[in-house]
Design a protein around this ligand. Structure first.
Ligand code: HMG
Ligand code: MG
Length: 308
């Protein structure tokens, strides 16, 4: 069977947007440094498969993430069709300068919900991260850019354990107040379970951040990503982050493995008749090709089942 039988279910959206993070969240964590031409081909193939939003790279400090040090060179090689959104990660004004020089129109800033991860990932504190983000977002908006805000460690932190829900909501609400059009709620180490997802979305709603502003971002370390995503859809979320082939992790988060694989997500969405515009077969071929480039099998169950 190369596609699931279509049976719709109640209480789900007709259409969702897949925000593809493989080239950024995936490749930032590979021990091998992937050649810039291979990255460009990867992105082109993802777009060819029907993905319309692809996070391409990061303008972070090249010593912190050497895998993405070629960000400017990569963007120069890309010539994406009109209408394809190609956001990049930017932590600070220096990153914004570099992104603007490369012609970027959409950025994502990334905040931590915990003190320890703010230190490890941003060399900052929970509070001081906003001193970095505020001028960055203000300038980006003044330049007409769109700004997404990530919140990391929403459901658990490898150093601090449980993360209080109001702490997550406070960080997220501050990003929205700064002008982020969308918040992506990151399960950076893949520990969340569905009850937490519902509780967090409800808590944001009570704090005035409606579900229309929320996206979800699950890593699949504990095999919970699909269940959590379906829970988010039932709560009204319609934007989901995933990574082709299940590539990914975070170099500054202990035990983080790959993101929810786009193919695994797509199998579920296709079965439920939820529209995405993405072609599963083309995506599987792309991830199998990328796995060859990386010299290791894709962790995606659907790629393993279909690529053989
Ligand atoms: P820092 O060392 O504190 O930086 O790092 P600084 O502001 O003190 O500056 C030191 C030097 O770095 C200066 O140069 C700056 O110009 C330069 P000097 O004057 O000494 O010659 N510099 C830069 N150069 C290039 N690009 C820049 C940049 N910024 C400063 N952007 C910093 C602070 C934030 C830069 C650093 O901690 C960093 O780059 N962190 C990024 C870590 C990262 O990328 N992590 C992975 C992404 S997050 C993630 O994966 C989670 C997510 O997927 C969601 C989830 O799963 O939860 C999004
Ligand atoms: Mg991530």
């Amino acid at each position: 069977m190369r596609k699931p039988q279509l049976v719709k279910a109640e209480g789900l959206p007709d259409r969702v947007t897949i925000y593809e993070v493989g080239p950024r969240d995936g490749l930032q964590n590979e021990s091998a440094i992937v050649d810039v031409a291979v990255k460009a081909e990867f992105i082109n193939r993802l777009v060819e498969a029907g993905l319309t939003t692809v996070e391409t790279t990061s303008f972070v400090h090249p010593k912190w993430v050497p895998q993405l040090a070629d960000a400017a060179e990569l963007l120069e090689q890309l010539d994406l069709p009109y209408g394809v959104r190609a956001p990049v990660l930017v932590p600070n004004e220096r990153g914004l300068d570099r992104a603007l020089a490369a012609g970027v129109r959409e950025i994502a800033i990334f905040a931590s919900a915990t003190e320890t991860f703010a230190a490890k990932n941003l060399n900052s504190t929970l509070d001081d991260q906003f001193a970095m983000f505020t001028p960055t977002v203000q300038r980006a908006l003044a330049e007409g850019l769109t700004v997404r805000g990530y919140v990391s460690m929403c459901y658990g932190d490898p150093w601090e354990g449980d993360v209080p829900i109001d702490q997550v909501v406070k960080v997220g609400a501050r990003l929205v107040d700064l002008g982020c059009h969308e918040l992506s709620l990151g399960d950076t180490i893949g520990v969340a379970t569905p009850g937490q997802v519902t509780a967090l979305i409800t808590a944001f709603d009570q704090a005035g951040v409606g579900v229309d502003k929320l996206a979800v971002h699950f890593h699949d370390t504990y095999g919970q990503a699909l269940a959590n995503t379906l829970t988010a859809f039932r709560a009204g979320v319609t934007t989901v982050d995933s990574s082709a082939g299940g590539l990914g992790g975070c170099p500054y988060a202990e035990s983080a493995t790959g993101n929810l694989a786009t193919e695994d997500l797509l199998w579920q969405l296709d079965g439920l008749g939820i529209q995405t515009g993405v072609d599963l077969e083309k995506l599987v071929t792309t991830s199998a090709w990328m796995a060859k480039q990386l010299g290791k099998p894709s962790p995606s169950r659907v790629v393993q089942a279909l690529a053989g």
